[in-house]
Write a protein that binds this ligand. Structure first.
Ligand code: BT5
Length: 252
């Protein structure tokens, strides 16, 4: 696994043999005043979480980490770091995959290998008032050796996709190293370079999609990302901007 810059810029990982959720631990430490760059690593999670309270199946052998960041940006702007995390996972994973297996990004923050979900990203933040951020926790799970069956969106693991096997530590270093690169890039240049890199491998660009929103389902053509990272959905003559939701293929 490449990404040889290591986790430069972040603190050495705090390793937990078993943990409720690396995001929960990062949030506990954030509340206790832990610094930017705190890195929590769990060998397994017993209460791994996805978005909106959904579970993240977290047996030993896969990668589970959370980074605590304190960027001086608004919470809405900091949410763009979900794209930095997706790019970091993609770049860490790509060199391990057989050349015939495609890797793509699915809005907002999924990484697909062979069209199946190989990783998950959970962003949680706390505002400090006046539109400022107190902390942001970026939680990353990557299925290295196993994945659950029967998930709503089909899942996979790197091993199942025929990737080269690497120790979890190597995967951790690569993902953290590539995330650090994109975090610096975002701080110096804003969202535009992340947006361009993400769109270069976006799944279903120009195609029909279905989007599930809280209390509503809608569909249209996925025509891009706006300058903030919202999904742009073309519906007849007009474009709708979607800030949060779950995407599925049209008719799927
Ligand atoms: C996500 O949620 O994809 C975000 C997952 C974030 C997990 C990391 S692990 C480290 C850190 N600590 C945590 O507690 N969380 C973060 P979402 O898009 O809501 O997807 C959740 C859905 O994916 C579930 O409802 C299942 O259908 C499916 N799923 C559960 N476990 C999975 C797995 N290991 N691989 C693939 N899909 C999974």
């Amino acid at each position: 696994m490449t990404g040889g810059t290591g986790r430069r810029g972040f603190l050495p990982p705090q390793e937990f043999a078993e943990i409720d959720s690396t995001n929960e631990e990062a949030k506990r430490q954030a509340a206790a005043g832990a610094p930017e760059g705190t890195l929590i690593w769990g060998r397994m999670q017993v209460q791994g979480r996805g978005r909106r309270g959904r579970p993240w199946i977290s047996p030993p052998g896969n990668l589970y980490l959370s980074l605590l960041l304190r960027p001086e940006r608004s919470p809405a702007t900091a949410a763009q770091l979900g794209f930095a995390a997706a790019l970091a996972i993609g770049e860490a994973v790509l060199p391990l995959l057989p050349p015939t297996v495609p890797l793509a990004y699915k809005w907002p923050n999924d990484v697909l290998v062979g069209g199946r979900k190989v990783s998950g990203i959970l962003l949680e933040s706390q505002a400090a008032g006046e539109g400022r951020l107190d902390w942001l926790v970026v939680g990353i799970g990557v299925n290295l050796v196993s994945f659950p069956e029967g998930t709503e969106y089909p899942a996979t693991s790197l091993a199942a996709a025929g990737a080269d096997r690497v120790p979890v530590e190597t995967a951790l270093e690569a993902v953290a190293g590539r995330f650090h690169h994109w975090y610096q890039c975002w701080r110096e240049q804003g969202f535009a370079p992340l947006r361009a890199a993400w769109l270069g491998r976006a799944r279903g660009l120009g195609e029909g999609i279905r989007v599930r929103l809280p209390g509503e389902e809608t569909s249209g053509r996925f025509v891009g990302l706006d300058g903030d990272g919202a999904l742009l959905l073309e519906q007849g003559a007009h474009r709708r901007r979607i800030a949060a939701g779950d995407v599925f293929p049209a008719g799927g």
